[in-house]
Design a protein around this ligand. Sequence first.
Ligand SMILES: Nc1nc2c(ncn2[C@@H]2O[C@H](COP(=O)(O)OP(=O)(O)OP(=O)(O)O)[C@@H](O)[C@H]2O)c(=O)[nH]1
Ligand SMILES: [Mg+2]
Length: 294
Amino acid sequence: MRLFKGIFSKVDKLLTGRRPVDDELFGELEELLIQADLSIHTATKLVDALREAARKERLNESDDIKERLKSLLVDILAENDGSGLRDPADRPGVYLFVGVNGVGKTTTIAKVAHRFKTRGYRVLLSAADTFRAAAIDQLEIWANRAGVEIIKHQPGADPAAVVFDSINAASARKADVVLVDTAGRLHTKTNLMSELEKIGRIVQKALGRQPDETILVLDATTGQNAVSQAREFMSAVPLTGIALTKMDGTAKGGIIVTIKDELGLPIKIACTGERVEDVEDFNPKEFVTALFEE
Ligand SMILES: Nc1nc2c(ncn2[C@@H]2O[C@H](COP(=O)(O)OP(=O)(O)OP(=O)(O)O)[C@@H](O)[C@H]2O)c(=O)[nH]1
Ligand SMILES: [Mg+2]
């Protein structure tokens, strides 16, 4: 989590040095939180909780407020948390990766494949982004590099059929996990969301249960946009968590708190670069510590 180092350094500066706790301090704090990409809703909620704590517990130095803010942030982020992806409930485990175009779905799958493989799992990639030939090729390159299997159809093929074949192939070959790459947009008039619903139904049919994880991939640098993307996907498919990508970019970090606070979706993994090693399980405590570090 070293990458978010110092993002809250303005907040840190504001609250360090035993400043008196008054309305002016809370006003400035709220403004800085919003600047750091927290939504107005989450920022207001946090500041209100701090005001109340200050009154009830007589916190009269800004440094106390800082400590309380850190623990509130950790509380939000750690609530019903299961950091990292779940292990497969049964064989094969099925993991769907969804998200809009360009957020990093395919790259994240390569990273997750690498991790599962390192743990000794037999991994199969499912090329269900049939939107363009390049998407299938890109996944195949990753599969070859990682030394894992891939099931693909022709470009333009029905994505749900690819998923069905992948699960059957995984069962036949005794693969441990199937990682499904999906499209961020489509050629046909079929709505992306109804396509994803269809994939969900196919998984249920082929596997006899829901996917082990349906991970929404979000680009951390897109700020508040990520929240509206998450709302849209949530209404179509039962998401189990978030993979945040491009945390090495210009992300301001606050969006992570807002996604968890407003949508209740756990942040499971964080991606910090383009190489397969650039992924880690999201750790709320380390994240919050890094935010305030110089
Ligand atoms: N810096 C950085 N770049 C990333 C990260 N994850 C993905 N990328 C880059 O983002 C670009 C898009 O990644 P893809 O994995 O192709 O995204 P996608 O969601 O599969 O895109 P579509 O298939 O077009 O929907 C690529 O150039 C990746 O190298 C990350 O964590 N950090
Ligand atoms: Mg892709």
